[in-house]
Design a binder for this molecule. Structure first.
Ligand SMILES: Nc1ncnc2c1ncn2[C@@H]1O[C@H](COP(=O)(O)OP(=O)(O)OP(=O)(O)O)[C@@H](O)[C@H]1O
Ligand SMILES: [Mg+2]
Length: 334
């Protein structure tokens, strides 16, 4: 006999047996016109062969310079950009090429917090409606909207009396708390935070990071925490992935990557981190221009800027090399 309600396939997942998120050789390429007047097109390899796994209750920090493909990677996982190749499994199910309806269902488990807390909140909705919208859409409102809104506001450290206020009545940090309340309202498994604290003052950044850590502990959330700031990432991430021109060049546990970086690019990023009370050394900055993902250098993409480049780096792309405590993509470790 058929069951009355078909089981939701997205709900059948065993965190003890499977990763929450598995990304395998993911590529997202954009085809664009080369110039305004030129008829020629070019291929921008924004994400170009990215692989990683993320467990429940863990945070992966994704770092790299502007334009290396961090946002495109996040948007591809959210179904906002089409993947060109590769495979993604989320909660044990394929995530790419879902229908719009299937992706909508999946979004209950997969939420996002963007950088700009102003433009991501509808100025005409009050806080109660903003943070309970998802619960309403998924039929998860048991009890009154006010009750849910008050509980969520308390969870993110905002005064319960604020539920009828509008976004413009809040500071930047408070608005980001509202975004976070909305993201966690559905009790998702994964929240993609794309530069979620980058627009905030340093002291507010620390408070929001503490909030994210507390919510993780309470709800066993996982985060993909995207930031160009390795210092910020090191405060929240269990693992760090360093991205350069569409590829992950080094990935491993945060303490190992920060304490003993292997890839010359990671070494330069860490050397460029400001040290409290010290002026950053001129030589310590990441030198040279980032090449265009439309025309990446041959061989290792980093070789034109790499102080340790050897002959093979100029013409042969390095493989992913598994070391004891990390994976690194560099000929020096072959
Ligand atoms: N829709 C698009 N069409 C064409 N090119 C795009 C598109 N979106 C992104 N790109 C290009 O893809 C590359 C990666 O961009 P992306 O925004 O993912 O980088 P990012 O690492 O998030 O940078 P930032 O730190 O500045 O946010 C860039 O060269 C960008 O110009
Ligand atoms: Mg970005």
């Amino acid at each position: 006999m058929r069951k009355k309600t078909a089981p939701n396939p997205a709900d059948a997942w065993d965190p003890a047996r499977e990763f929450l998120l598995e990304v395998l050789d993911l590529r997202t390429w954009f085809e664009t016109k080369k110039g305004l007047l030129s008829g020629k097109s070019q291929r921008i390899r924004a994400v170009d062969g990215v692989s990683f796994c993320l467990e429940q209750n863990q945070t992966l920090g994704l770092v790299g310079e502007s334009g290396c493909g961090k946002t495109t990677l996040g948007r591809t996982l959210l179904g906002l950009e089409a993947a060109s190749a590769g495979d993604v499994r989320f909660r044990g199910r394929p995530l790419l090429h879902l229908s719009r309806k299937q992706m909508d269902q999946m979004r209950r488990h997969l939420q996002v917090v963007f950088q700009d807390p102003v433009s991501s909140l509808n100025p005409r909705m009050n806080v109660m409606d903003i943070i309970t919208e998802g619960l309403e859409r998924f039929g998860m409102l048991e009890g009154t909207k006010q009750e849910h809104a008050r509980r969520l506001l308390a969870e993110v450290g905002l005064d319960k009396a604020m539920i009828y206020r509008f976004p413009h009545e809040f500071s930047g940090g408070q608005r980001q708390r509202i975004n976070i309340a909305r993201a966690v309202s559905l009790r998702p498994d994964l929240v993609i935070c794309d530069e979620a604290v980058s627009a905030l003052d340093v002291s507010i950044q620390a408070q929001v990071i503490n909030l994210l850590l507390n919510l993780q502990e309470t709800h066993h959330l996982s985060y993909l925490f995207i930031s160009h700031d390795l210092g910020v990432v090191s405060n929240i991430a269990d693992q760090v992935a360093v991205m350069y021109l569409g590829r992950i060049v080094e990935i491993g546990a945060t303490a190992q990557i920060i304490g003993e970086p292997c890839h010359p690019y990671t070494q330069m990023l860490i050397a460029a981190l400001p040290v409290a009370g010290q002026k950053r050394a001129e030589s310590a900055q990441v030198k040279g221009e980032t090449p265009s993902p439309a025309d990446p250098p041959p061989g290792c993409h980093f070789h034109p800027r790499c102080p340790k480049a050897i002959a093979v780096c100029r013409d042969t792309a390095p493989d992913q090399i598994r070391l004891r405590d990390r994976t690194v993509c560099c000929h020096l470790y072959a």
